[in-house]
Unconditional design. Structure first.
Length: 223
């Protein structure tokens, strides 16, 4: 057994294992989607994502372009925000935001009789209408987002990967249909699986691609 002590070596070996197991399972990834799918599998150790991650046309290329332009990424949990690579964001001149803990969001949700996630999406739409929106927890955020897109909102990219049992499948299906119809790029984990870690992993795959640091050896902060 070969021991790996450096983060870059561990990641490279992990990615090689993922590639080998995908081949053994007879799964062939589209080249432009490969970095995203592999990063999510690396984060979750769950090969189901090779089949349930769904991409609208040109979602990856448009997502990478948005990241390269110095993105504002708005997440629906502070956990997802924490998981997005800050060095990669800094390299590209971007920032990650989450409004869920803001007092004004709690008050807006109470006043509207809705969830904080839905209120946070409305704030993001108002303050950052062309942001990348990464939803890993709240299906109500996706449903609110669909309504806002129907009214004219056009995010740079929507990452829709909430996890759970109530309204999760339905919200993802509606999101994918809405984004396809309105030509909004989206990456969606169909079914029940997902989570904040998945949302962050997708963001990181796009950030690393945009910054040309997919190989961990090119990330100076990994040592």
């Amino acid at each position: 057994m070969v021991e790996h002590n450096l983060p870059a070596d561990i990641e490279r070996t992990s990615m090689a294992i993922i590639t080998k197991e995908l081949e053994e399972r007879g799964i062939s990834l589209l080249p432009e989607q490969e970095a995203v799918v592999r990063r999510v599998i690396h984060t979750t150790a769950d090969f189901d994502y090779a089949e349930n991650l769904t991409f609208t046309e040109d979602a990856v290329s448009r997502g990478v372009a948005a990241m390269a332009a110095g993105p504002v990424i708005v997440t629906d949990t502070n956990m997802a925000r924490a998981g997005i690579s800050k060095p990669a964001l800094a390299k590209l001149g971007g920032e990650a935001l989450c409004f869920m803990a803001d007092p004004e969001i709690a008050e807006a949700a109470r006043a509207a009789g809705t969830t904080r996630a839905a209120a946070a999406v409305r704030k993001a739409a108002r303050d950052y209408p062309h942001a990348i929106l990464a939803v890993g927890n709240a299906p109500t955020a996706l449903l609110e987002l669909c309504g806002l897109m129907e009214d004219g909102l056009r995010p740079a990219l929507v990452i829709g990967v909430p996890v759970g049992f109530v309204n999760v499948v339905e919200s993802k299906e509606r999101l994918l249909e809405t984004c396809r119809r309105l030509s909004v790029p989206a990456i969606v984990a169909m079914g029940r699986k997902g989570g904040s870690n998945v949302a962050a992993a997708i963001c990181n795959a796009l950030l690393y691609t945009a910054a040309d640091i997919l190989d961990p050896g090119r990330r100076g902060w990994q040592g």
